[in-house]
Design a protein around this ligand. Structure first.
Ligand code: CP3
Length: 346
């Protein structure tokens, strides 16, 4: 009788993150769980988003849904960037069709003090949900995540979603000490939120600085980069770190200075150009989420164009250039996963 343990299949996602050659190009999708899936709408019925995020069995089920349906190479933990803020007592709600709304916006010196550190005991449901998931996922890695300090601060300062982030930018310029107070406390909270997920079993993390593209490079370097770097530092050397923002073509190089191993590229920057600018980085992206609504031939052609453009990169993780749109037909995403796997099989 052989007592040789089965050798676990090397994860293509983790191989790519580490700069190794995977058996096929790994695929996952930002917002792969959620409103595009009928099974999600069914289990979410009658529960608010934040209630769902603090119910371990529900979090595990929703995280698994796209893994089962699509055969993606990684799961992303089902939660939200405002969960750690709610956990430290910030009065924040996620309003359907709107996004996070903060009852009392943060704008003064006293407001800085309202941001206390996150303690792992504040989020027992995160540790529990990841424990359930690690068992169920087997060889498929789990990606943990957090919102970056700038993106979170924008919600706190504006009081909700914003097109121009005007109050946030005005506060940075007129009261930089309040800005840095808020952002440095958020960095500590994000760093702890990432650490909790990694300690529970997440094998990679993504930092979402979704709205960083609203800043000039000079302002990004001065007001956002130090805080994102601090947030990611907490899990440096333990897991691969992905860093993503929307409309950040002018910030690609600056964003790598956070130290993240993988650069998420939105759909506005061709991957061949990103590869020339970031020769040492693994790239993640970047099919336009709207293209998934096109007919099959166009979708496959655009998917092939992304794969072709990525050939000059040090490594590639296939993803969309931003999140799955709610009106997406899940069958189209399945087509993309199967096509990427077949077209890149080595
Ligand atoms: O990617 C995944 O599948 C994991 C889950 C995830 C959610 N939010 C679930 C969610 C992740 C990674 C996020 C991150 C997040 N949340 C970001 C960064 C990513 C990005 O899209 O740029 C931001 C900016 C938020 C803030 C937020 N939360 C918004 C803008 C919304 C949408 C509001 C709406 O109804 O249109 C949310 C709510 C939210 N977070 C939903 C989901 C599935 C929808 C709520 C629902 O289904 O009821």
């Amino acid at each position: 009788m052989s007592n040789a343990a089965a050798v676990p299949t090397a994860s293509p996602f983790l191989a790519s993150c580490r700069g190794e050659t995977p058996v096929h190009t790994p695929v996952w999708f930002m917002r792969q769980a959620g409103r595009s899936l009928p099974e999600y709408k069914q289990v979410r019925e009658g529960t608010t988003m934040l209630e769902a995020c603090s119910t371990p069995e529900l979090v595990a089920e929703i995280t698994m849904q796209p893994v089962r349906r699509y055969g993606v190479d990684a799961a992303i933990f089902f939660s939200d960037i405002v969960v750690p803020l709610a956990a430290i007592g910030v009065d924040v709600k996620i309003v359907p069709g709107v996004g996070p709304v903060v009852a009392e916006p943060f704008r003064t010196e006293d407001d800085v003090k309202r941001l206390r550190n996150l303690d792992p005991c504040d989020v027992p449901y995160i540790t529990e949900a990841i424990g359930l998931l690690v068992k169920e996922l087997g060889d498929t890695p789990l990606i943990g995540f957090a919102g970056a300090p700038f993106t979170l601060a924008s919600y706190l300062i504006e009081g909700g979603p914003s097109r121009d982030h005007a109050k946030t930018k005005a506060l940075m310029k007129s009261r930089p000490e309040i800005w840095h107070g808020i952002a440095s406390r958020l960095a500590a909270i994000c760093g702890e939120f990432l650490r909790v997920q990694v300690e529970a079993g997440a094998q990679a993390v993504q930092l979402f600085d979704s709205w960083a593209g609203a800043l000039s490079e000079a302002d990004y370097r001065r007001f956002a980069l130090p805080h994102s770097t601090a947030a990611l530092m907490g899990v440096a050397q333990s897991v691969p770190r992905i860093h993503f923002g929307v409309g950040t073509g002018h910030l690609l190089e600056a964003m790598t200075e956070t130290g993240a191993e993988v650069s998420g590229v939105d759909f506005r920057i061709p991957l061949d150009q990103a590869a020339k600018r970031l020769p040492d980085k693994i790239l993640q992206g970047n099919l336009d989420p709207a293209v998934v609504l096109a007919d099959d031939d166009a979708l496959i052609a655009e998917t092939d164009a992304v794969l072709e453009a990525a050939k000059g990169a040090k490594g590639h993780i296939f993803n969309l250039g931003h999140g799955v749109l709610p009106e997406t037909d899940p069958a189209k995403l399945k087509l993309v996963v199967d096509h990427v796997h077949e077209a890149t099989a080595r």
